[in-house]
Design a protein around this ligand. Structure first.
Ligand code: SF4
Ligand code: SF4
Length: 86
């Protein structure tokens, strides 16, 4: 198991993202899974509310340049994609 990802929820990443991917929601999902919450229902809830899935990411890197916490956003979005979109 990994450890909690220190995302502040600032959403600078989402504002920078040409695809408007709700990165903070997907990182929170990974943290919730780490805490033992149900990932499937969490994922479905984000998709319903935000409409954009991790697979929309084309790895342009703009989010990581904007991230106030210098997080590996693309890697973590790929993790969510592998868990729930493959
Ligand atoms: S790498 Fe993906 S999530 Fe980040 S800005 Fe580009 S499309 Fe958006
Ligand atoms: S910019 Fe970084 S710290 Fe802020 S919400 Fe996005 S992933 Fe989290």
């Amino acid at each position: 198991m990994g450890k909690v990802i220190p995302c502040s929820g600032c959403r600078h990443c989402q504002f920078a993202c040409p695809k408007n991917i709700p990165v903070a929601d997907y990182i929170k999902l990974l943290n919730d899974i780490e805490m033992g919450k149900d990932g499937e229902s969490g994922f479905n809830s984000i998709v319903e509310r935000r409409k954009v899935k991790p697979s929309a990411c084309d790895h342009c890197g703009k989010c990581e340049t904007a991230c106030s916490q210098h997080l590996f956003i693309m890697y973590n979005l790929d993790r969510v994609k592998e868990m729930f979109e493959s």
